[in-house]
Design a protein around this ligand. Structure first.
Ligand SMILES: Cc1cc2nc3c(=O)[nH]c(=O)nc-3n(C[C@H](O)[C@H](O)[C@H](O)COP(=O)(O)O)c2cc1C
Length: 145
């Protein structure tokens, strides 16, 4: 069984719920999912994987969370060429600019964003968001098999 890592940061649990839903999709498709908060994750190990998922809500002013996720992402920048990466996160009042910037950043590193764009959810994920997250999980499972 191949393994898919899902690394996330979440302050109030919405993005964490999305991470669990992505993992469910991976498992439904017959692969192993490892959900890991970013403080416990190793960028060096993640770089070795050909497909994985990253989750972070919109923080600051349309930015990645700055104390843990931003430095983690800096470690991945330029070192993830050829990887297939799923992006997801929750937001509040903005228009999703943080995710568009994140997609561009990943693509500029030579990686592909699975589904061409990240999954963004206003507040807590609903049933529709759950299906999108599971679909991402299934795509990740296909990418590692
Ligand atoms: C300090 C802070 C900054 C935020 N900045 C933004 C923002 O720029 N744009 C936005 O749409 N939402 C913003 N939000 C709202 C969060 O993205 C939203 O509450 C989200 O659901 C949090 O996800 P989580 O439960 O995974 O932490 C901010 C929230 C906090 C606490």
């Amino acid at each position: 069984m191949a393994q898919v890592s899902i690394v996330y940061w979440s302050g109030t649990g919405n993005t964490e719920l999305m991470a669990q839903m992505v993992a469910e999709g991976v498992r439904e498709a017959g692969q192993d999912a490892v959900v890991c908060s970013v403080e416990a994750a190793s960028a060096a190990d993640l770089k070795k994987e050909k497909a994985f998922a990253l989750g972070c809500p919109s923080m600051g002013a349309e930015q990645l969370e700055e104390t843990l996720m931003e430095p983690f992402m800096c470690e991945l920048d330029g070192a993830i060429g050829g990887r297939q990466i799923g992006l997801f996160g929750s937001y509040g009042w903005g228009g999703g600019e943080w995710m568009r910037d994140w997609e561009e950043r990943v693509k500029n590193s030579g990686a592909a964003v699975i589904g061409e764009e990240g999954i963004i959810v206003n507040g807590a994920p609903d049933v529709k968001a759950e299906e999108k997250c599971k679909e991402l999980g299934r795509a990740l499972a296909a990418a590692v098999s």
